[in-house]
Write a protein that binds this ligand. Sequence first.
Ligand code: BGC
Length: 733
Amino acid sequence: MMKLKHLATATFCLMVAFGCSSEKSPIYKDASADIEARVNDLVNRMTLEEKILQLNQYVLGINTVENNFGEMVKDIPVEIGSLIYFNDHAEVRNAMQKKAMEESRLGIPILFGHDVIHGYRTTYPIPLALACSWNPELVRQASEVAAQEAYDCGVNWTFSPMVDVSRDPRWGRVMECFGEDPYTNAVFCEAVVKGYQGDDMSEKNRIAACLKHYVGYGASEAGRDYVPTEISDQTLWDTYLPPFEAGVKAGAATLMSAFHTISGIPASANHYILTEVLKEKWQHDGFVVSDWGAVEQLRYQGMAEDEKEATMLAFNAGIEMDMADRMYQKYLATLLEEGKVDMKLVDESVRRVLRVKFRLGLFEQPYVEEKPESEMYLLPKSLEIAEKAAAESMVLLKNENSVLPLEDVGTIAVIGPVASDSTQHLGNWGARARAEDVVGIVQGMCEEYAGKSKILTAKGCDFEGEDKSGFAEAVRVAKASDVVVVCLGHKGSWSGENQSRSTIEIPKIQEELLSAVEATGKPVVVLVTTGRPVELPRIEKKADAILQTWHSGVRAGKAIAGLLSGRYNPSGKLAMTFPYSTGQIPVYYNRRHRARTGDQGLYKDITSEPMYPFAHGLSYSTFEYGKLTVSADKLKEGETISAEVTVKNASQRDGLETVHWFVKDPYSHITRPVKELKYFEKKLIKAGENVTFRFEINSLRDLGFVNREGKKYLDKGEYRIMVGDQSVSIYVI
Ligand code: BGC
């Protein structure tokens, strides 16, 4: 630190000698000047110590996410680049910002970051659930509300969206991503980035996005967190990179490096992905922040011998900002002196951080207005979006004999550990989420059925354990009712970071409760409230209907009750496959072909097919697909043709239908998945009406593939366009 101080003083004297201090209005303070000119002007004025501090992020406040117990930082340097801000109100943040603006030599504003994963205070469904809505516009709106609430509280930057494609529901973090498919993650990534950043990040209520965890964290071995991954260059390019590329194209200001090792090289020391791909190939000009402690952790990963080497590796690989572990602050100056880090890279890194701050308009508006909570959070429009998002995210997996919707029912029993436990609907990674904001299932049902049906309730059992003392009361309540809604699931905290599970079962005690209730002979509707796909074969046998409700946020109970009553017509479809058993994992729709056909290579003890495939989801309406047609069956590179299908709603009930368009390339010089989602669209189809869905097929974009160097190519030959159970061949000539 002493050395830094000397350098700082020397640079400052030089600046005075060159007359900087006598300037009236430096370019960097001129809001009308070009951002690049402002960035360069400011970097040229900074001391080394000031530069290094811009590349560090500390924590302010208390981190309530159990896994990262943050510390209260009392003596934060006023030149700090960024703070993770854990607090409910803007006051502390404004006070800290005031110190930075007034007590630092150059008055550089601090960038306040926070994890806003599925809403800030108005908590929305978890991202995995949101993907099942197939409604990116709705997700954009929800992200816009999240940005407004976060902004009002003083947050300028969120560590989201998380777009780690994942095929292993044992991994706790599947809740944070948009499912198993690269294209789905790419589309929702773009929607979230637009929702946070809008077209101009300097506008009020806009925050900067951070794509994470760059890249391939979802390939986690056996669903264990933080473990190494094996990802070939081919898979990196065709599966894990596409959502990030889409986010970069959508203008995402920042990215976060991941914890894990990719085929031997930790993601946080990976020059290829952080610099060659991101900065050189994709031309991203924002910055990369390390994940929490990811620099220091390079030691545990067997890459760096000590903290200094870890710093050198992470920084030279292309991480501009160091989250939480203060490695950059400790070692960058020494590494510069030793010639192990180049000053040019330090300047370039600082430029990237400052560029984002200028784009956010922080120099012009460093403070936020301190408002009463009633003007910031849970506004009527925000809650409306929350209910709609929850209703559209839930997936009707089974509905035998149309037991649902529950109309004209005398008495409904609502039983199970989730019935009255509203906290669980918040799931994991709630930013400022509060249990008291949630409408739970029993409350939702009572409100929905007020004056129409009687609601009886019993808990029956806890989420886990062996205590069956509540079973008798549950059975009594079931017997006194006409239909039983059994609310099973996982606690919110069972998903998320560091929440790997060796099986994806619902705990045995809950299955036993279901058996006891089912023995009454009453119709049974099962609600499954979880943050990941779960094993349902035993539950399915005892249920007339199953609604996958996920962890769906503050209006979960309202959405559930609305779906059960028929006020909403279910429209969610799975964005992640549900296996029959944990042993089938990984099982996902876009796998590659086997070497043999028939039953060769399939499991001998169970089916190799999943229980509920990707895109499965029922409706109360009956949709009939007309004939799939294409405008031409031959096209050349650079040409576009269209495919169409008309869908009829052959029921008495209006309904939303999502049409998924898949492409299959039967033979290719790089073998491709059995089918790949290339487009989807959700539309309202009124009772009895027809609606036409169209897929504009751009030859290279939709039929082409990417090779292991990231180059898109298009093979000549046959392709199949698939929709529902139909397919049609087209040819690239
Ligand atoms: C997580 C990130 C998160 C960060 C800050 C880390 O442990 O992996 O996803 O953004 O903490 O809270």
